[in-house]
Design a protein around this ligand. Sequence first.
Ligand code: MN
Length: 220
Amino acid sequence: MGKPTATIAAAAIIVTLAVLAGVSANDPDMLQDVCVADLNSTIKVNGFPCKTQFNSSDFFSDILAKPGNTNNTQGSLVTGANVLRIPGLNTLGVSLSRIDYAPGGLNPPHTHPRATEIAFVLYGELEVGFITTANVLVSKIIRPGEIFVFPRGLVHFQKNNGRGPASVIVAFDSQLPGTQSIAATLFGATPPLPDNVLSTAFQIGRKDVKKIKAKFAPKK
Ligand code: MN
């Protein structure tokens, strides 16, 4: 054990940080014990209105227990355990996702407008990174048991460069962090962005814009 004063000082710092973390939590703070989301309500509020009746199943999910199907063009699947799947999360300011990756699979560059994300590797090996507003790439290879943090709002990605499948559990400081996947957002919007916006933004020809748009066209 260290000196008592040093121990007390360390404890004070930890408590202060915990309080600050609470004060600066991303979602608004709760005003009651529980406010289980009434997902069918037509009332519009910030979050969801509370159900009058609820039970333990509103606070439970096994949705992350099994790997998601990664047989798609990106070779990855995000399974969200947020307020839309667990109504009891309403007003609590947290949620989880599981992300599974085929060998070579990519969770393409995206942002979460309402949350910081912290990832914990279950298995596999991933190259992960985020890009600051100064366009600096902060990246690392992460392995089972390791953690990486993606600050709120910054563009980030994960790529499975390993030979086998990979999987992570990620936590968010929001009940519904929201996701904007850069390519799909810009090339798959409805109604579509004007071709000349994209051709100028990306410094490519209109033909290339149409080609990329065709790949991200919303499925009907
Ligand atoms: Mn993310």
